[in-house]
Design a protein around this ligand. Structure first.
Ligand SMILES: [Zn+2]
Length: 187
């Protein structure tokens, strides 16, 4: 796996979306309920995960909880240290290669035969470090919906993202319905 230093959005998006597959965030329950669900998640994110097994799933779920800790901590040095540790799990380089347009770019690679969870750790860790460096720690946030436990990394240009999953949490009606479902007065 070859990960561009400049392209931190991909790794940051993967980290955000992986964290928010958890039953802690998703009312419908665990998104990554079996290796097939993990395979679908990875293909949606353009990661070649082959055919993940139950061991891969277990390691990815463990990475997910690590990522949640990193996205939640308010200590920015801790964020850097933890994300550096993710890259160190299987990262090699950096190395300079030409990109698709022939321009020189810095890349981090992964060691051959690295397990899936380690490759994802390098991808997510590189993305988080890029955000910390370029955009700052203020981009690591909790979802603004009071009924959502989601966390996210805002890589938007304007930096005004408020929700972990804008299509769900950003929809006022959904949020209102969610609150109504959770209210104690509901039969
Ligand atoms: Zn949310």
């Amino acid at each position: 796996m070859k990960i561009g230093f400049n392209d931190y959005t991909r790794g940051a998006a993967l980290a955000t979306e992986l964290v928010n597959t958890s039953p802690l965030v998703r009312e419908a329950g665990e998104v990554l309920a079996d290796p097939g669900a993990l395979r679908d998640f990875l293909s949606e994110h353009g990661v070649d995960g082959g055919e993940p097994g139950t061991d891969d799933l277990e390691e990815v779920l463990s990475l997910r909880s690590r990522l949640r800790d990193i996205l939640e901590t308010e200590d920015e040095d801790e964020t850097a240290e933890a994300a550096n540790a993710l890259v160190a799990r299987a990262g090699v380089g950096p190395a300079l290669h030409r990109d698709g347009d022939g321009r020189w770019r810095w890349y981090v690679g992964t060691v051959p035969e690295a397990p899936l969870a380690d490759r994802l750790a390098v991808l997510a860790g590189t993305g988080l470090l890029g955000v910390l460096d370029v955009l700052g720690h203020g981009r690591f946030r909790h979802c603004a919906s009071s009924s959502c436990e989601g966390v996210f990394v805002d890589t938007s240009r304007a930096g005004r993202r408020r929700y972990c999953t804008p299509s769900l949490c950003g929809n006022r009606l959904n949020v209102a319905n969610h609150r109504a479902r959770r209210s104690p007065g509901r039969p």
